[in-house]
Ligand binder design. Structure first.
Ligand SMILES: Nc1ncnc2c1ncn2[C@@H]1O[C@H](COP(=O)(O)OP(=O)(O)OP(=O)(O)O)[C@@H](O)[C@H]1O
Length: 365
């Protein structure tokens, strides 16, 4: 379980995370959503001791990360897939982490198989594509078989088969009773993967609720879309039953104030043919855009007109909605530069990771 309480982070005068209180529970994938710059990465970094809260705090299974006796076995972390030593092979990268935490070598083989990197594990990590690096990062996160996973944009760079694979993996890990906290900008994907959402904007909590409830809260009243060769008569009939009709074409109209079933029953009872009848589903993306519109930091000056017409003015930020508590072929390698890993996540590594490999005469894969 991950618990944040009054979590706040200031960078100078800039408030990156603002009084966040939420709980990420085991057994369900919890999506962490927010517009660019909302504070998601900063929150995750504070959860694993890479940034220190200005106020409040965050615990993993009731303990602050720095106080966990064996962090790699409690919480698996994937924050920056490219934060790897590009000169080592994927296998060596995992072996260093395993050896320095007393994890047996067979577990390295296991996680490599689990993430589908078998064929490239002996290849230098610097030649990995972003998708391959993400898989390697995931393998590292799973190395200690942790009960809690914190993954920042793990889907980034994966191909469609990889996205489906990670969706199934995350759901399976949650179904095993693990706590899975994952950020993503792919909302359609998150709708399929997550059962619960924590949504933030400008560092503040916007929603802490189930995916279904989040979408339902944003959807408002149901709109029923109707197509009928006798649209005019049917529209009049529905108006008489309290429906509010908006004509959208010669044989089509939308009705609100009545359910799909009520519209169908009314047409049937009156003997009026209906050629199309359906509720307009609100997507997670629609809900997200609607509920975070007032919290978007990097909005374009002029919105792009959609097929449905130009976008309207941005409404004010909504109040927080706390309605609930509730193996893929590798892609082509690309260029990647060595980026130094930052901070405490690596603090428990031995002074020289290469010493670990040398001392065991291993890592030649
Ligand atoms: N080390 C830092 N120094 C100063 N400001 C920072 C630092 N790290 C993050 N910020 C600022 O804090 C805010 C939150 O950034 P953060 O990276 O947490 O957002 P995010 O939700 O992860 O964004 P994205 O979705 O674009 O990755 C941003 O305004 C960012 O510029």
């Amino acid at each position: 379980m991950i618990e944040a309480y009054g979590l706040t982070k200031l960078f100078g005068r800039r408030v990156a995370v603002d009084d966040l209180t939420f709980t990420v529970r085991p057994g369900v994938v919890t999506g962490f959503l927010g517009p660019n710059g909302a504070g998601k990465s900063t929150t995750m970094r504070m959860a694993v001791g890479l940034d220190h809260p200005t106020m409040g705090g965050v615990t993993i299974n009731g303990v602050v990360y720095e106080d966990l006796p064996a962090p790699i076995c409690e919480v698996g972390v994937l924050l920056e897939a490219r934060a790897i030593h590009t000169g080592r092979t994927g296998y060596q990268h995992l072996l260093v982490a395993a050896r320095s935490h007393g994890i047996p070598r067979r577990r390295v083989d296991e996680v490599i198989g689990l993430v589908g990197l078998d064929r490239v594990a002996g290849q230098r990590a610097g030649t990995y594509s972003l998708g391959m690096a993400q898989r390697l990062g995931l393998a590292a996160a799973l190395l200690g078989d942790p009960g809690v996973l914190i993954l920042d944009e793990p889907v980034n760079g994966l191909d469609p088969a990889g996205i489906r694979w990670i969706r199934d993996l995350l759901r399976a890990l949650a179904a095993e009773g693990r706590t899975v906290f994952v950020s993503s900008h792919l909302l359609s994907e998150m709708a399929l993967t997550a059962g619960h959402l924590v949504v933030i904007g400008r560092g503040r909590l916007i929603a802490d609720t189930s995916v279904d409830e989040f979408v339902r809260a944003a959807a408002g009243e149901e709109v029923v879309r109707v197509r009928s060769p006798r649209a005019h008569e049917l529209a009049d009939l529905l108006r008489g039953q309290g429906g509010r009709v908006t004509v959208t074409g010669t044989d089509t109209f939308d009705v609100s104030g009545l359910t799909c079933a009520q519209v169908g029953d009314a047409a049937c009872a009156a003997g009026l043919a209906v050629h199309g009848l359906g509720g307009q589903a609100t997507s997670l993306e629609d809900a997200f855009v609607g509920l975070t519109r007032g919290a978007v930091e990097f909005a374009p000056d002029r919105p792009v007109a959609s097929p449905g017409g130009p976008a309207g003015p941005a409404p004010p930020a909504p109040a927080p909605a706390r309605t609930g508590q509730p193996a893929v072929p590798p892609a082509a390698p690309d260029d990647s530069a060595w980026r130094p890993p930052d901070g405490a996540g690596w603090a428990r590594m031995p002074a020289s990771a290469d010493d670990v490999l040398d001392s065991h005469g291993e890592g030649q894969r």
